[in-house]
Design a protein around this ligand. Structure first.
Ligand code: PEP
Ligand code: MG
Length: 597
């Protein structure tokens, strides 16, 4: 493929040099619509039948290799094989070919559309959702018709994984040890591809324009996730440059890890707890290896994803107890289910809502599905007998929702007591502050909770009106926007006035440019991806509260985000020149990119 340099948004730092491997190459744009001459209709019908047989055979081959520990994946594959072997799908599509003289690709699209309409009328939401399996299977057949590999081929050697998008559910079961870097066409700064990449400690760039058009499987690439570039077929000079930058960055990382077990304390004695955000139990070792003082955010929704049925209470108790007990005496904050928006039970769930970030997500979804919510809350209460456990509700918009959730929690405690079950009913219960309405009512909310945790990923999205997964507006995603800083300060002050602690668990907590300002506000704890902990502790330990307060005062006096960015950049440059070299891309220009730049 021709040499080119593509730009994107770096979401997990580092440099990788290696070969491209595509997964989930988007098919929709590639599907041709063609008329078929009457005499070729029979041939076209056969072509479709052969593609379906080949797709089913491919799945059977994959199914035969699934190890026992991935039983759930095997069940999903079985379902897909059954759909493919169901003669109704083939018959419906072949009818379109015969009657409309259209090509197999379009006939299949039309057959799936008809099924979508039929499924949409089904009352049971679980069965209705199964249309997603039909779509996945149809994609696989389309790939066969077009001769495109859908990404089930075995990965040989270590690769740079490229995809149109990676939903959290797609990533379950990836051969993570073979992936050197990730890059996607879709996604914004806090999309979950970045969160995943950081937890795997691999570089990642999202929102890369031209990724699918300009890169072929097997192309040689440099992924520069410090500067936000993907170089296709780099020159010798570029390779030398990036090999040396990679070495410098990795040496810097090694040097900061040495002191990561020291407490997060400023030179003049202000102590801030430094916690980790995790999605999977397997990340615990990284938390401990990077000096995490606890888990400030356990994103519990990941154990609900990409499986045929929801986990039961016993399964959750076991998972939660394992986590709580391995972390003892350190705390673990279980965030109750935050499904919807960018975290769906399956990769295709997003299609069901027009505006999922504003839709039935998070605590709203839980309150409308109380049975599922109760099972999770009961599991957390039961697991809390073995560790230092807290619980928090995401996306609370005001007192009404908080009280509704607390009422369910109270019922769970009563039931568990009546059953004679072992549980801890005295755990701290907090809320995430992610909505402007929660910011504005922080004083009221603080009276009825044990702690706050500010979720800046969503708070910025909702305060500035920017879809966090949309790369077209990612330049507006400004953590140092005066509105964001004032909101955070307001919440911290309201918490402290009410005598409760306040943490910050959005990506801002790991941004070297934001941390001194947050310290100046006297935040009690910061929770971040485990890999960021050593670098952030280094900043905390080399600064004073006095200078952080000065910086905060100056920043709050600025009227524009550009002025604040300049001020912060200058201040970090003087104090922490290395951070500026490696993280300067975190501070972006607040100007819109020129179209098609
Ligand atoms: C946040 O919104 O800042 C947050 C930590 O939650 P998530 O990224 O899981 O939405
Ligand atoms: Mg959130």
């Amino acid at each position: 493929m021709a040499r080119s340099v593509l730009s994107g948004i770096p979401v997990s730092s580092g440099i990788a040099i290696g070969k491209a491997y595509f997964m989930n190459r988007r098919l929709a744009g590639a599907l041709p619509r063609q008329s078929i001459a009457a005499e070729l209709v029979g041939e076209e019908m056969d072509r479709l039948a052969q593609a379906i047989t080949a797709a089913a055979q491919e799945l059977s081959d994959v199914r035969a290799k699934v190890p026992v520990e991935l039983r759930e994946n095997a069940l999903i594959i079985d379902t897909h094989i059954t759909i493919l072997r169901d003669p109704k799908l083939l018959a419906a599509a072949q009818r379109f070919i015969a009657e409309m003289h259209i090509n197999a690709e379009w006939a299949l699209i039309k057959a799936v559309k008809d099924l979508e309409t039929a499924f949409a009328a089904i009352g049971d939401p679980y069965i209705r959702e199964r249309i997603q399996d039909v779509r996945l299977v149809a994609d696989r057949v389309q790939a066969k018709l077009l001769g495109i590999d859908p990404g089930t081929k075995a990965i040989e050697g270590r690769i740079i994984l490229l995809a149109f998008d990676l939903a959290p559910a797609d990533t379950v079961g990836l051969q993570v040890d073979k992936i050197m870097a990730l890059s996607t066409r879709q996604g914004g700064k806090t999309s979950h591809t970045g969160i995943l990449a950081r937890s795997l400690q691999i570089p990642a760039i999202v929102g890369v324009d031209g990724l699918e058009e300009k890169v072929e499987d097997g192309d040689f690439l440099v992924v520069d996730a410090l500067g936000g570039k993907v170089l296709v077929d780099p020159t010798e000079e570029e390779l030398d440059h990036y090999a040396s930058l990679k070495y410098q960055f990795e040496s810097y990382q090694k040097s900061i890890i040495k002191n990561c077990y020291l407490p997060g304390e400023t030179i003049d004695g202000y102590r801030v707890q430094v916690h980790a955000n995790i999605e999977l139990f397997e990340e615990v070792s990284q938390v401990l290896d990077h000096g995490g003082e606890g888990i400030g955010l356990y994103r519990t929704e990941y154990s609900y994803m990409n499986r045929p049925e929801l986990p039961n209470e016993e399964e959750l108790v076991e998972e939660y107890m394992d986590l709580a007990s391995i972390m003892v005496p350190r705390k673990v904050v279980f965030r109750t289910l935050d499904l919807g928006a960018d975290k769906f039970l399956s990769p295709e769930g997003a299609l069901d809502e027009r505006n999922p970030a504003m839709g039935l997500r998070s605590i709203r979804f839980c309150l409308q599905n109380p049975e599922m919510f109760r099972i999770q809350m009961r599991a957390i209460l039961r697991a809390a007998v073995v560790g230092n456990v807290s619980m928090m509700y995401p996306m609370i918009s005001g007192l009404r929702e908080l009280r509704q959730a607390n009422r369910l929690l109270w019922q769970c405690k009563r039931e568990l007591a009546a059953e004679g079950a072992a549980f801890n009913g005295d755990i701290p219960v907090g809320i995430m502050i992610e909505l402007p309405s929660a910011v504005m009512t922080a004083e009221l909310l603080a009276q009825e909770v044990d702690f706050f945790s500010i979720g800046t990923n969503d708070l910025i999205q909702y305060s500035l009106g920017i879809d966090r997964t949309n790369r077209l507006v990612s330049y507006l995603y400004q953590p140092l926007h005066p509105a964001v800083l004032r909101s955070i300060k307001h919440v911290v002050d309201a918490a402290h006035q009410a005598g409760i602690e306040v943490s910050l668990c959005g990506e801002v907590a790991s941004d070297p440019f934001c941390v001194p300002i947050l310290l100046g506000m006297q935040i009690d704890s910061l929770s971040m991806n485990p890999q960021a902990i050593p670098g952030i502790k280094r900043i905390i330990r080399q600064t004073t509260m006095a200078e952080c307060k000065n910086l905060l005062r100056e920043v709050l006096g600025c009227r524009t985000v550009s002025r604040i960015n300049r001020l912060v950049r200058d201040s970090i440059f003087q104090r922490f020149p290395e951070e500026l070299t490696f993280f300067s891309s975190l501070i972006e220009s607040d100007e819109a990119p020129t179209p098609h730049a």
